[in-house]
Design a protein around this ligand. Structure first.
Ligand code: PLP
Length: 416
């Protein structure tokens, strides 16, 4: 490791500010470049206002009895608004976490402990996942000692139900689908996965980390979507990230459970040490109140009409990008973007070479390996220029590849 000594005498605020502003100069300007690899910004100065509210709780924390009543009320309101947006069953409950990975971890932990009580004959619990599921499911399985099987995708890039069913064995306790999946931006056939779960007595989780706070508003705008939420009878839990299309500053996600009775499998409750009872519902102990306070302010300020506007904006950006890539030629979306992510594929140009050329033009983006694709997150930009600039750069990159540019060795898709 490289050691960095604490300054003998603390630095002056002026020097610290100079240093941080200077070093930020070499970073990507996510906000003002409206880059499509960053989770969307709500615009209209909303995060600046949310920051002011979050500063009111700057060093508050929310573990145990000294969490402040004012903050507890804000948390209760966030949980209530989340339950309302996601259509949680009346007897359901919402838990706030630090991010999608933590939401998935505690859903898997709850499912495992539910299976220990409901299916005690299972000694080596196992999860069956579509190939496109987020790595957080394997991470959770590694933490909580479950076996994982990923089954190949269907021809439409969604979960293949027949393959999932064939992979279910006596040890299987958990199946899931994504709404949408990160790699392909498509909603898995959740009603059929829920049906499998009911037939085989399994826990069914919906990973709506990306779509949880976008799809309800898409539906309200009249888009016809596969049913993806608690309306599907077998669904027991759902992860949904506020810091993605919930438009709140980073550090906020949610996991919602169908039934209050499941809480006993979630809680870690310990009493055998000198300081008395310690009971928590998340992976964290002491946690900062800041992110939840910023989240509360953002949600309350946006309101239903704000979320509807932002969802329309996400759709408008998607449509503009899709129309633009059709005009460039040699490119196509996979297959019709459903939920705020666009994957651009090609059968005629090398997308890894296009990716390099696009990066050189100053447009960071994600890549998928299967199929080779350029991966973009849709921002509801009020000004269409960022989309047009991206399209112009993309056209330039494609033309370079048409003109013979080759990919350099070793380029491949990478999530992080
Ligand atoms: C579908 C899906 N699930 C889970 C996650 C994990 O979320 P986080 O990075 O907030 O932990 C992501 C992140 O992009 C995702 O796309």
């Amino acid at each position: 490791m490289t050691r960095y000594a604490l300054p003998e005498r603390g630095d002056h605020w002026y020097d610290l500010r100079q240093e941080v502003y200077a070093s930020r100069g070499e970073d990507v300007d996510w906000l003002h470049g409206a880059f499509f690899t960053h989770w969307p910004e709500p615009g209209r100065n909303i995060h600046a206002q949310a920051m002011a509210v979050s500063n009111v709780f700057f060093n508050d924390q929310w573990l145990g009895k000294y969490s402040q009543p004012s903050f507890n009320r804000a948390v209760e309101q966030i949980e209530g608004m989340v339950g309302d947006i996601l259509g949680a069953p009346d007897n359901g409950f919402v838990v706030l976490t630090s991010g999608g990975t933590e939401s998935i971890e505690i859903a898997v932990k709850t499912a495992r402990d539910w299976a220990r009580s409901e299916r005690p004959e299972v000694k080596h619990p196992r999860m069956v996942l579509p190939y496109s599921a987020h790595p957080a499911f394997n991470k959770s399985a590694a933490f909580f000692d479950l076996e994982v099987v990923r089954v190949p995708r269907g021809n439409d890039w969604r979960a293949d139900i027949a393959a999932m069913e064939a992979a279910i064995d006596d040890n299987t306790i958990f199946v899931m689908g994504s709404a949408p999946s990160w790699p392909h931006g498509l909603i898995d056939p959740i009603p059929r996965i829920g049906e499998l779960a009911q037939r085989y007595g399994l826990w069914c989780h919906v990973d709506a980390c990306v779509g949880g706070f976008l799809l309800p508003f898409y539906e309200a705008l009249g888009h016809d979507l596969t049913t993806w939420d608690f309306r599907v009878p077998g669904v027991m839990s759902m992860s949904a990230d506020l810091h993605k299309f919930g438009f709140v500053p980073h550090g906020m996600s949610t996991v919602t459970f169908r039934d209050e009775a499941l809480r006993s499998h979630l809680v870690f409750d310990f009493d055998d040490w000198p300081s008395g009872r310690y009971a928590t519902e998340t992976m964290q102990g002491t946690r900062p109140a800041r992110a939840a306070a910023a989240c509360w302010a953002t949600m309350r300020h946006l309101g239903r009409d704000g979320y509807m506007d932002l969802a329309s904006g996400v759709k408008a950006t998607t449509d503009r990008l899709v129309a633009g890539i059709a005009a460039i030629g040699d490119l196509a979306p996979l297959p019709e973007p459903e939920a705020g992510l666009v994957v651009i594929t090609s059968t005629s140009v090398d997308l890894f070479a296009v990716s390099e050329a696009l990066e050189e033009r100053g447009f960071p983006h994600g890549m998928t390996r299967e199929p080779p694709g350029l991966h973009f997150t849709m921002n509801p930009v009020e000004d269409t220029r960022p989309v047009d600039m991206l399209l112009e750069a993309l056209e330039g990159a494609v033309n370079e590849v048409r003109g013979g540019r080759q990919v350099s060795d070793g380029t491949e898709g990478s999530y992080i």
